[in-house]
Design a binder for this molecule. Structure first.
Ligand SMILES: [Zn+2]
Ligand SMILES: [Zn+2]
Length: 273
């Protein structure tokens, strides 16, 4: 199947239609993932996860509406960036590939890990930059207007912030050879991770804490502390930059432990009695 069947980059109308189509895909991905997490953790498994809710205070009454409106803008900016990436691919300016035999099979997980690390590095330093007092109110304040976050906060950014977030993946695929499926997997993971981080319910299982993986992965406990303290916990997927550069909040591990084991004592005692 040829790319030219879907878009003709010499035709303004064709490009506009493609941006609109991509916008719907990206916005529906955000809505779909948010709804899934809300239905599972706030409705179906509410009783099990109610003790794992992190913030005690309530969300502002108009918060969800504002978050969804900002997310519509974010989805549009991401769709323009996605279309730009496809244009670069159409003129052979990216390192994206479609045939598995082009690189060894072990390169698939390796390229995925490299892309994650590059994204983590870019985001950590971008995030610190956006918290600079002179920059914060122009770029990042909209996201922090949500003090108690929810699944809907995941895409709630000012357009300036969305643009800075949107440029990294097209830049990465220019020089890092990535299979198209790896790129798609990365894009879906980005949305799921952003939803987990903003859910305000610690959903990680106990084994993650027991094996030590939990303290290296960012989840709801880690990121809710960022929305509480502002100048702590800047990471995206992993905590190592916050640990190395001493920006991790001191109470992260205590909160993670408390939330992961929340309700366990009660359920243990009720099953033994
Ligand atoms: Zn956030
Ligand atoms: Zn922030």
């Amino acid at each position: 199947m040829e790319l030219s069947q879907f878009i003709d980059f010499s035709d303004y109308w064709s490009v506009s239609k493609f941006i609109l189509f991509t916008f719907f895909i990206i916005f529906l991905r955000y809505v779909f993932i948010s709804v899934i997490f809300i239905v599972v953790f706030e409705i179906l498994l509410k009783e099990k996860y109610v003790q794992r809710k992190i913030s005690k205070s309530l969300k502002q009454p108009t918060q969800r509406k504002k978050e969804i409106l900002w997310s519509i803008l974010t989805s549009f900016i991401f769709s323009v960036s996605g279309t730009a990436m496809i244009y670069l691919y159409s003129i052979n300016k990216t390192s994206l590939y479609l045939t598995f035999s082009i690189h060894d099979i072990w390169y698939i997980p390796l390229s995925f890990c490299i892309a994650l690390l590059l994204h983590e590095t870019y985001y950590y330093f971008l995030h610190r930059f956006m918290h600079h007092p002179k920059v914060f109110k122009h770029f990042h304040k909209i996201h922090h207007d949500s003090i108690v976050t929810s699944a809907w906060t995941a895409f709630s950014f000012h357009p300036y912030e969305s643009i800075l977030q949107a440029v990294i993946i097209p830049i990465v695929v220019i020089w890092l050879p990535l299979h198209v499926y790896v790129l798609l997997f990365l894009l879906i993971l980005m949305s799921i991770s952003a939803t987990i981080n903003h859910l305000d319910i610690e959903i990680y299982p106990k084994w993650m804490l027991k094996t030590g993986i939990g303290k290296w992965l960012i989840g709801a406990s880690h990121h809710s502390l960022h929305h509480r303290y502002y100048t702590k916990n800047y990471g995206l997927y992993f905590t190592f930059y916050d640990r190395w550069l001493k920006t991790e909040s001191d109470d992260f591990e205590t909160l993670l432990h408390k939330k992961i084991y929340a309700g366990s004592e009660r359920s243990n005692s009720s099953t033994t009695s």
